[in-house]
Design a protein around this ligand. Structure first.
Ligand code: C2E
Ligand code: MG
Ligand code: MG
Ligand code: MG
Length: 282
């Protein structure tokens, strides 16, 4: 190997590094073409109303079928897209595709399906984010009430006042907003004081172990009370067992999402799920 001296630090270079690009580099450099050649797709995971068992909506989750690596997880490629800025283009594609899907389902007779789309903090740093979202929704011909944006508290890291302003604008357009991954990161209660959101989404790390962990149950129960007092509904993600469902039901959680009912599925599969769940009236 050769060690190169750079600003008083040494970096290791293995000879093969010069020839074989890392997976990250391959992913980074093939993203644009991937979008052009339809390697990205959306899968949809239902959210259920716990009280009635009705399907309340679906979350769009991005999938990348890479010709070399097969299915690549968004946990792997979203950070790369955020680093390069490609997430802006990709995020617009996601919103457009989700809106079109709503229309397709509507034409199949599945009306008032709420679709939620995950948004990256990088998208929020765009100056014209509200106008961009508004025009995508208008062009697709869906009502803003049919679209929900899932945001994480990271959007407040830079310029919190401007972020708050943007959230108010999005809300007054009629969009639904939800705070995703609550319970990871800082999850500061001070965010909850000010932000205009409709749904608080408790991260799946919250539900893991809840069946045997009494303290976790107490925190869960208290968070539901806080959210309800702030006129928010609570969504628990990552529900995998009936025991977990039983506990969150006892503690008055409003909505659930997780493998117990369904993993994220292709649009056609969701249409089937929707029909059978309607027919059985569960
Ligand atoms: P998220 O928004 O918190 O999505 C929930 C993740 O949990 C999804 O992983 C989902 O498949 C998974 N999940 C759902 N139910 C269960 C369960 O019962 N058990 C377990 N163990 N996992 C469950 P996925 O699809 O791999 O997405 C990971 C993350 O990638 C998402 O977390 C979100 O932060 C990000 N992401 C996905 N699609 C997009 C997108 O279109 N735009 C942006 N900006 N981020 C996205
Ligand atoms: Mg989400
Ligand atoms: Mg989440
Ligand atoms: Mg998450």
């Amino acid at each position: 190997y050769v060690a190169k001296k750079r600003r008083n630090t040494y970096k290791l270079y293995l000879p093969m590094m010069n020839n074989v690009p890392t997976k990250e580099i391959v992913l980074e450099s093939s993203m644009f073409e991937a979008l052009e050649s339809n390697q990205f797709m959306l899968h949809y995971q239902p959210k259920l109303e716990i009280g009635t068992g009705r399907i309340h909506g679906v979350e769009a989750l991005l999938r990348w079928k890479h010709p070399e690596f097969g299915m690549v997880s968004p946990l792997e490629f979203i950070p790369i897209a955020e680093k390069t800025g490609f997430i802006i283009l990709l995020g617009e594609w996601v919103l457009k595709t989700a809106c079109r899907q709503v229309k397709v389902w509507e034409q199949m007779g599945m009306d008032s399906i709420l679709v939620s789309v995950n948004m990256s903090m990088i998208q929020f740093q765009q100056r014209d984010i509200v106008a961009s979202i508004q025009s995508i929704i208008a062009e697709a011909g869906v009502r803003p009430e049919q679209i929900e944006l899932e945001l994480t508290e990271s959007i407040f890291m830079e310029n919190p006042e401007q972020t708050l302003q943007i959230l108010h604008e999005l809300q007054s357009l009629g969009l639904k907003l939800s705070l995703d991954d609550f319970g990871t990161g800082y999850s500061s209660l001070s965010y909850l004081q000010n932000i205009p959101i409709h749904y608080l989404k408790l991260d799946k790390s919250f539900i893991r172990g809840i069946v045997t962990d009494i303290r976790k149950q107490k925190i869960f129960k208290s968070l539901v009370v806080i959210a309800h007092n702030l006129n928010m509904k609570v969504v628990t993600e990552g529900v995998e067992t009936t025991e977990e469902l039983q506990i969150i039901k006892e503690h008055k959680c409003d909505l659930m999402q997780g493998y117990l009912f369904s993993p994220p599925v292709a649009p056609d599969r969701f249409a089937e799920l929707f029909r059978t769940s309607k027919a059985s009236g569960e």
